[in-house]
Design a protein. Sequence first.
Length: 285
Amino acid sequence: HAKQAGRNTYRFFAEEMNAQAIERLELESRLRQAIERDEFVLHYQPQQSLVDRRIVGVEALIRWRNADGEMMQPADFIPIAEDSGLIVPIGNWVLREACRQARAWLDAGHPCIVAVNLSARQFRGDELVDAVIGALVLADLDARWLELELTESLLLQDAETTLETLRRLKAIGIRLAIDDFGTGYSSLAYLKRFDVDKLKIDQSFVRDLLSDPDDAAIVHAIIEMAHSMQLKTIAEGVETQALADRLRLFHCDEAQGYWFARPLPAAEIGDFLRRHAEPGQLPGS
Ligand code: C2E
Ligand code: MG
Ligand code: MG
Ligand code: MG
């Protein structure tokens, strides 16, 4: 009986794994089609100065309006795009679309830096710099309007070629930010080696800032260290005014989060930029 049960369990797992593998392959082929069918959309989330409350930039966040009309979030498809390599063409589309939109806001009189997320996979090979330059040229956009968000794990992989790629991007005039700072295998040595402009303090440290003294200490230390290295800081996941106030007290430069605005379609960002062009206004209130 035991043997029989074991065999059944095995069969159950095999079928289960098979079903998962098939689902994954299907998703992959739908993702491939999504590029051709132009089903991706960028939403943008404002980044606000905690000093004068101006909108200093927006982060481009991808969504996928699939064939069934569902709006898929990055967590549902970015991991598979990364595994399959499809993140390279998708990422190139994101770069072109973000630059085109930055140009449109510039032309409309609302200059705004656009931050784009990059996956480690996009750093393999040597096409990234060409893709970035291509997107800027196509949009006729100066590099200073583009910021690239990198993760710590990305900086750890094959350090020499990554360093060279980042050097070339910096030489063009592009800004670099480290995303989710503090959650990866942080090596502070990387802050010395890579010429980054900004640290994005991960939302996991920001969330309980007011109640957890350890989180408060970490956030405060990151801000102090960043400033002594001439880096800017932005806090992610700021959901309340009390958090924004505390971060301002800590001299954090900027904040991003639902308290100010959720990620919004480009058209709504245009309105947002119009309304908050003057310093002193507080979005969310
Ligand atoms: P991320 O770059 O750290 O982006 C911040 C995420 O936090 C976004 O989730 C955003 O919607 C969410 N968020 C913003 N404010 C708040 C808040 O106040 N509270 C909470 N709880 N969450 C907030 P989203 O849009 O689902 O993106 C998830 C991740 O997917 C991003 O994390 C980024 O790593 C990745 N991603 C998004 N777009 C792209 C892309 O174009 N390319 C690549 N390679 N990755 C992308
Ligand atoms: Mg990001
Ligand atoms: Mg982040
Ligand atoms: Mg992230």
